[in-house]
Design a binder for this molecule. Sequence first.
Ligand SMILES: NC(=O)C1=CN([C@@H]2O[C@H](COP(=O)(O)OP(=O)(O)OC[C@H]3O[C@@H](n4cnc5c(N)ncnc54)[C@H](O)[C@@H]3O)[C@@H](O)[C@H]2O)C=CC1
Length: 338
Amino acid sequence: MKIVAVLYPGPAEQHVDHSGLDVLGSTEGALGLREQLESEGHEYVVLSDRDEALREHLPDADVFITTPFWPTYLSGDDLRRAPRLKLVLTAGVGSDHVDSDTAAELGITVAEVTGSNVVSVAEHAVMQLLTLVRNYIPAYQQVVDGRWDIADIAARSHDIEDKTVGIIGMGQIGQRIALRLKGFDVRMLYNTRHRRSSTEEAVFGARFKHLDDLVAQSDAIVLSCPLTSETKGMFGEERLRSMRPGAWLVNIARGQIVDTDALVRVLEDGHLGGYAGDVWYPQPAPADHPWRSMPGHALTPHVSGTSLEAQQRYAAGVQDSVRRFLAGEPLQDDYVVA
Ligand SMILES: NC(=O)C1=CN([C@@H]2O[C@H](COP(=O)(O)OP(=O)(O)OC[C@H]3O[C@@H](n4cnc5c(N)ncnc54)[C@H](O)[C@@H]3O)[C@@H](O)[C@H]2O)C=CC1
């Protein structure tokens, strides 16, 4: 079998991390699959060049592994050019980079590693929220710049206590965000496709709201829903402007849920207090892209589900799926997307 993995390049510099955990999500770590596959006589191609992967290796691949952190977009046409392809695996969660309708039509299984990096993302979401609310990045920049202007930082710094936080998408990640936020004494609202039971609501400490009400009533909103045709562009200009003036938006889901150009406008004219998370722009962003000049109180970066612990979990999930596939066993049920 030919198994192809497209992963992000290994670290430019070697870091000493005392945990002893490897960067399994990179081309160097190769998801810990190399030994197993090569000892069994399979061909395992690992590369970071996405164009090369699609052009040279997809056409005769049996299994194609991608990761949302370095997404290789697989269109219907790409999938049709791969007659041997049986399985597309996502090392992580969120397979919106794969045309899953066409995959289903062609009998190709699309699977991910459900739950693998949810702790990493939930912790990151809370951090991003606090980073915005406390105006942390400009304060850090002051230290780096050797300045000491407390009023400049204090003028945008708030307590999160007593604020209303709305969570959109109360799944594996949203629930963990809610549980972590409980300790901050916030009022929590949520919206999700299927309302949770009253017992679950009590455990999460969150009240269900219609989307428009949640948006209008929240001081901060966290997006933790998948990118689907329904959520794509969900936060266009009108919805962004229906957020409270000065509100913060954290998007740990996908950049395309928010209209980037509209977001630039609401940040530039000060309607929103700040944005943290994924943004949808050409990579790397051109030098004159508005993001490149956004101040730190308005925009904080996004690399959320990538902790070393998360990488061990999604690598283990990919290893399990590949092993099952090669043994002709069904994949774990809740991993299968299409
Ligand atoms: N930033 C990162 O590193 C990562 C981001 N993600 C993103 O987070 C998303 C959520 O991940 P999980 O919580 O593990 O998935 P999940 O499937 O457990 O939960 C998703 C939740 O979103 C809700 N939802 C779906 N459509 C909705 C809509 N139109 N409006 C409101 N709620 C809606 C669902 O009802 C479900 O409760 C993934 O699909 C992925 O895009 C996931 C992992 C890592």
